[in-house]
Design a binder for this molecule. Structure first.
Ligand code: A2P
Length: 272
């Protein structure tokens, strides 16, 4: 943790707000005009469950704007990773997209969220349905050995507008196959299913349409999901959550929560 807050490589005139960590940016990678990922230092005492989110902000004003961000790195990682959209004139992301290594990120001390393994009943397969930056919590969960201990098959479904927006997920899954800790567990157990809606791509269509037509299941050679063996986690825009949740219900599944594990769980990809 740091005393002097830095922004744009310069000391910030503002104090660390109460109840926050001041953490240092270690890496930034831009994917498209609207997507990037960054990594920050992790306080030794900070614990979270893979799939949870935290509130983050910048030391650029007396009263910083905080937004919920899913931690994209797994709970065992020494650093914290985030995957973010860049919204023009977005109160936080307008500034956040300009961060550089050495800058300070403010992070509130508590994590929370429902996209955690504990909120799902045991099952055979887990479907991770995501669109856009809704991928982030799953980037954490697919790197956590606990997910592979709990489920035999993990299907990461990611829908985006363009193929360029799939890159973060593609790179991540490719790197897992070579990872000494996860590599063996992933092999034959993790399936990555991608689709694009606004340009030519081998697989096209909204995640929801691929579920309702059954194409998703046919392509993977898996039976249609149902309450006995399948579990689902959903993260995307409000409209995507509503529609995907409805499909889970139509497939006979019941929503769960931390205090009452169920067959599927839902969380909004928050940031604006
Ligand atoms: P589409 O191009 O048909 O709008 P966004 O960036 O707006 O969150 O969209 C990310 C992806 O999610 C896009 O491929 C988009 O498709 C898709 N999408 C938008 N709304 C829904 C929905 N209600 N159900 C499923 N997918 C959706």
């Amino acid at each position: 943790m740091i005393e002097q807050l830095i922004l744009g490589g310069e000391p910030s005139p503002f104090d660390l707000p109460k109840g926050c960590y001041g953490l240092t940016v270690t890496e930034v990678q831009h994917y498209t005009d609207s997507l990037f990922r960054f990594r920050i230092t992790r306080p030794k005492e900070f614990r979270f469950r893979s799939g949870e989110f935290v509130m983050i902000g910048l030391p650029n004003t007396e009263k910083p704007v905080f937004r919920a961000y899913s931690v994209a790195s797994p709970s065992w990682d020494e650093e914290l990773e985030f995957y973010s959209i860049k919204v023009p004139d977005g109160p936080l992301t307008e500034h956040l997209q300009k961060i550089q290594p050495g800058d300070t990120i403010l992070m509130r001390k508590k994590s929370t969220g429902t996209l955690v393994n504990d909120a799902l009943l045991p099952g055979k397969r887990v479907w991770m349905f995501s669109t856009g930056t809704g991928l982030a919590p799953f980037a954490s969960l697919i790197r956590d050995p606990e997910t592979y201990e709990k489920f035999e098959t993990i299907v990461l479904v990611h829908g985006c507008r363009t193929a360029a927006e799939l890159k973060y997920g593609e790179d991540l899954v490719a790197s897992l196959r070579d990872d000494p800790l996860i590599g063996e567990m992933v092999d034959g157990h993790l399936f990555h299913y991608t689709s694009v809606t606004r340009e030519d791509f081998p697989r096209q269509g909204r995640v929801t349409d691929l579920i309702s037509s059954g194409k998703l299941f046919d392509d993977l050679g898996l039976q249609r999901m149902g309450p006995e063996e399948d579990r689902a986690m959903i993260c995307g825009s409000m409209a995507m959550l509503r529609d995907t949740k409805q499909l889970c219900i139509e497939h006979g599944m019941t929503e769960g929560a931390n205090n009452k594990p169920g067959e599927f769980v839902v969380e909004r990809a928050f940031v604006d």
